[in-house]
Write a protein of this length. Structure first.
Length: 295
């Protein structure tokens, strides 16, 4: 199976590269940006085109949101011409006001924000015009490298002694980019073998948590690992924010359909976080050792 992945520097694109490198049944072609013409698509002739999500669209500049939506629609038109399936990953922030109960796949986002509505319109076009599509809504992604990785931003700020802020009244399900990559390739392998299960799916880590609690957990686990290695580093602090005083906002994706259709299980974000922090510590141990050798 050959996949064409756009936005090469995105944390999900890098995770897909890592996952494909561990397999012998998946070939990846990576493009730098989101621009793609029909000739290039026909030249590569992939079994699917994968577009990573625009991270944190709620806080993104409206022009960036519009540009992303327009690029996705241009890719969809190219895919239709070349008869290539389209996979578009989107942020759970499209459910701007959240829901008290877990959000099912059939619930189309209806945000108040005009920029977010532009992304919803793009999803409506894909559903209406391209029969072979996967729209995969994701919880907040975290990873150690790549754009929009989040976790690397948190670690860098903590290590530099900076203060992190997180909402204590916004609940979501943090999602490992590596887990998403594994799930996407597994889903597309089944589609490649004729499953034909196109449509919208949700994918997120297990255990809903507030942004403040997640960031606090990152700090606590990082501090524990550094102390275990004999490093005494004064990490930055974490401050709780409250924006929804009347009613906390819950943005929890129901991921039962991806399990029922593809057999994809959600991964616990705590285990994925611990694994990534261990990897970060090992990488920094190697960097420190190399520096000592040079000296």
């Amino acid at each position: 199976m050959k996949l064409l992945i756009l936005d090469a520097g995105h944390c999900l694109s890098l995770a897909l590269v890592r996952e494909a490198s561990r397999r012998s049944d998946t070939e990846l072609v990576i493009e730098v940006g989101l621009a793609l013409d029909e000739g290039r698509l026909e030249e590569i002739a992939p079994d699917a085109l994968v577009i990573p999500p625009l991270a944190r669209p709620i806080s993104a500049e409206p022009s960036a949101v519009t540009a992303h939506a327009e690029a996705v629609e241009a890719c969809m038109e190219a895919c239709l011409t070349a008869d290539v399936p389209l996979v578009w990953c989107v942020s759970d922030q499209l459910y701007q006001d959240g829901f008290e109960a877990p959000i099912d796949e059939h619930v189309i986002p209806a945000p108040r924000d005009e920029s977010l509505r532009r992304l919803v319109a793009t999803g409506d076009r894909i559903r209406a015009e391209h029969p072979r599509h996967l729209i995969v809504r994701l919880g907040p992604l975290f990873a150690l490298e790549g754009s929009n990785a989040w976790l690397n931003e948190l670690i860098d700020t903590l290590v530099a002694g900076g203060e992190l802020r997180g909402e204590s009244d916004v609940t979501f399900c943090p999602t490992s980019a590596d887990a998403v990559a594994m799930a996407l390739i597994g889903m597309l392998q089944q589609q490649h073998c004729g499953a034909g299960a196109w449509g919208s799916y949700h994918l997120a880590g297990t255990e809903p948590v507030s942004a403040y609690t997640f960031i606090s957990m990152v700090r606590t686990q990082l501090a524990t690992r550094l102390e275990g290695r004999g490093e005494h580093l004064e990490l930055g602090g974490v401050k709780a924010l409250r924006h929804h005083h009347d009613q906390p906002l819950r943005r929890v994706l129901n991921c039962r359909r991806v399990l029922a259709v593809f057999g994809v299980h959600q991964k616990p974000w705590r285990l994925e976080l611990g694994r990534m922090l261990d990897a970060w510590c090992r990488a920094n141990d190697r960097i420190r050792s190399d520096s000592e050798v040079e000296e």
